[in-house]
Design a protein around this ligand. Sequence first.
Ligand code: NAP
Length: 309
Amino acid sequence: MENVTIIGTGCAGLTAAIYTARANLNPLVLTGTMPGGLLTTTSIVENFPGFPEGIDGFELMQNLQKQAERFGAKIQFGTVDACDLSGETPQLKVDGKPLDTRTLIIATGAGHRHLGLENEAKLENKGVTYCATCDGALPMFRDKPLVVVGGGDSACEEATYLTRFASKVYLVHRRDELRASKIMADRAIGHEKIEMVWDSVVSDIHGVEEDAVTGVQLENLKTGASTRLDCAGVFVAIGHVPNTQLFKGQLAMDEAGYILPEKGSRTSAKGVFVAGDCADQVYRQAITAAGMGCMAAIDAERYLGELAS
Ligand code: NAP
């Protein structure tokens, strides 16, 4: 039986791994389908303390993994298919095989929110994408007009990044004020290649017949006007949804699906702790996820101590 199993290798999961490994608990860390988590899809991370020049998101995650492995964390490529958290110890099924563990740290993070349009799904990877750093440099987007949807830090960061490749970037936001932090908003609004499209939503994506995005339909929420805007790509950056479906009905959650810890990182199930974006609707920063991972590790260690005494 494992002492500690951690689901997720984002900032929360890997920080929990560093702490539990240093406590000689030999944690098993399951990567899920996105090793390194969402930060691996970011370019430069400028606000993680300790890196005055910033650090590449992928490199940061590799460093965290190396640090955890150095102290004995076991990283395993695997996905949890099912779990039962109702007993004395959490029971998991990992890629079809049962796994018993005394404690479980859930650090499953969050995934990209979709617009929910029929053609969005049909044109995914054919011009519709959720990650500028992953896909922005593709030949299909070079020297073409591109659309970014959203008004937060992600949308501003993606729009600014895409100016390296695109002929022009349209940043479509449903209000007339960005949600993004001032520094990110100013960078986007002040960029000569970025044109803001305020008070508007993308109501349809064109290009299904051509098998590649050719444009979007925009609805102005103030005037009601509907216009077509030609573009070769749609980068959706409208926030995230927590990856918690697996635990629905077993753990206390808010209506958006974020897990609600009871005390510190402890959840309503025995031996189950939670950390990072899957339990954080508010802050959602790399450093807060790392802090929550540390809390979960300390709570799990103390819980194991209580079991042993
Ligand atoms: P976010 O802050 O939740 O912003 C989501 C944006 O999408 C909002 O502007 C929202 O509009 C819009 N939106 C939501 N649903 C929509 C829909 N169905 N249709 C159209 N627009 C929709 O998400 P985020 O930008 O991904 O940022 C998440 C967290 O990561 C934040 O805490 C952010 O600070 C952090 N982050 C930091 C950095 C950095 O510092 N380098 C970079 C990226 C992200 P409304 O504004 O009208 O609600």
